[in-house]
Design a binder for this molecule. Structure first.
Ligand SMILES: Cc1ncc(COP(=O)(O)O)c(C=O)c1O
Length: 404
């Protein structure tokens, strides 16, 4: 007689998030997630970089943190010092940077440093799902600020901060993705960055700037980082190699002053993030980053065109979207009354995966008929066929037909 399986359930810690689903593989037409273009992965360059860095410095892997301490492989931090100066206008040193296991790990470290249950965080109303989930999980209240074509609206931010002040609430930070925002792909102009800094300083609220898509503007130009524009500090900056090189490498970074950095390092108890990836990126990026990224941008831009053409062909005026200034996502509105949470299930049954808007927004009403489509990881043919299949589901099950 076989004995019953051990039951872990009564021993689980209280307050756990809902259980994860088992991975069943990606569907045929996958427009979800922040994946990149497999054809643009610089594989030969990465192979050559791995070989050269391992032959030269591989024995350092015998030491935790490759002998560069808890902030990670120094050559990668030094590459970032130059890159951040050249691209984002940020002046910092390698000692101001900690390398993390993806920028999500950076979000966790910053959140763990500042947030506790009951705290308030100001966010763009439509916002990165994983950031929203993190704030919810901690028990923080999110105050959503509406966006327009130029990103977060400063009149609304001003009102929200005044309202918080009236209630004697000091927000812990303004979490913002100002350069190619997720999901709206908006880019906050310089004047609004200045206004945000002024408002944040007037209210004694720091800014937490998430810049992981900033290298992917089509023009290759971007406004300076808010971090760079601040004359009085008060900004924490997080970036990533996921969107420019490869998400599966899991390398991100946080730039912060020492009074914050020293607190984050005390919380970073993983004995160092994966150093092989850091060494590989340092070796590859030092020689190739500035050549690789424009090629990636061109490929992504072409896929966006295919996506927008496919949407126009199959939906006509039944869908609305702005032409993004960069990135890997299109934020699309379907006609009022379509609930994209329901569309998610119906589309999945036909092999099309979308991100329903409500998961990417703190305003559930306004995002109900919206969806986010990632165009980076599918081929042009898959984008075309996938949108045709999505249009068919919308027509049959939601009565959305092509409008002229
Ligand atoms: C706005 C934003 N921040 C952070 C991340 C996390 O990226 P990673 O942990 O791969 O660096 C993502 C990923 O999609 C993102 O969209």
């Amino acid at each position: 007689m076989s004995s019953p399986a051990f039951d872990f359930t009564p021993l689980l810690a209280p307050g756990l998030p809902s259980a994860a689903m088992r991975w069943k593989g990606r569907v045929k037409f996958d427009f979800t997630g922040g994946n990149n273009d497999p054809d643009r992965l610089p594989l030969d360059g990465l192979i050559a970089a791995a070989e050269s860095v391992l032959r030269r410095e591989g024995r350092k892997l015998a030491i935790y943190g490759v002998d560069d301490g808890p902030q990670g492989y120094r050559r990668l931090r030094e590459f970032l010092v130059g890159k951040l100066k050249a691209d984002a206008g940020i002046t910092c040193t390698a000692d101001d940077i900690v390398l993390t296991s993806g920028s999500n790990h950076g979000l966790d470290l910053v959140n763990a440093t500042f947030l506790t249950r009951g705290d308030t965080v100001v966010v763009e109303e439509d916002c990165y799902q994983s950031a929203i989930n993190r704030f919810n999980r901690i028990g923080a209240t999110t105050v959503g600020i509406p966006l327009d074509k130029d990103g977060m609206r400063m009149d609304a931010l001003s009102n929200a901060l005044d309202e918080l002040k009236r209630k004697a609430i000091r927000a812990k930070y303004i979490y913002t993705i100002p350069t190619v925002q997720n999901p709206t792909a908006t880019v906050l102009p310089v004047e609004r960055r200045q206004q945000m800094l002024m408002l944040a300083q007037a209210h004694g609220v720091p800014i937490f700037e998430d810049d992981c898509y900033a290298d992917l503007t089509w023009s290759g130009e971007r406004p300076p980082a808010i971090f760079a524009m601040s004359e009085r500090g008060g900004v924490i900056y997080v970036g990533s190699f996921s969107k420019t090189v490869a998400p599966a490498l899991r390398v991100g970074y946080v730039v912060a002053p020492w009074d914050v950095m020293s607190r984050m390092l005390a919380l970073k108890t993983d004995a160092g993030s994966g150093a092989l990836e850091q060494m590989l990126l340092a070796e590859y990026c030092t020689r190739n980053f500035s050549k690789h990224v424009p090629e990636l941008r061109r490929a992504l831009r072409a896929k966006l065109e295919t996506l927008m053409d496919s949407l126009r062909e199959h939906f006509g005026a039944a869908v609305q979207f702005d032409n993004p200034k960069g990135g890997i996502f299109l934020w699309v509105a379907l006609p009022e009354g379509v609930d994209t949470m329901k569309l998610y299930d119906s589309a999945l049954a036909k092999g099309v995966a979308i991100n329903p808007g409500q998961q990417w927004s703190v305003n559930k009403e306004h995002s109900r008929n919206r969806l986010r489509l990632c165009f980076a990881s599918s081929s042009h043919e898959e984008i075309h066929e996938g949108i045709a299949a999505l249009a068919e589901v919308c027509r049959r099950e939601f009565g959305v037909s092509k409008r002229l």
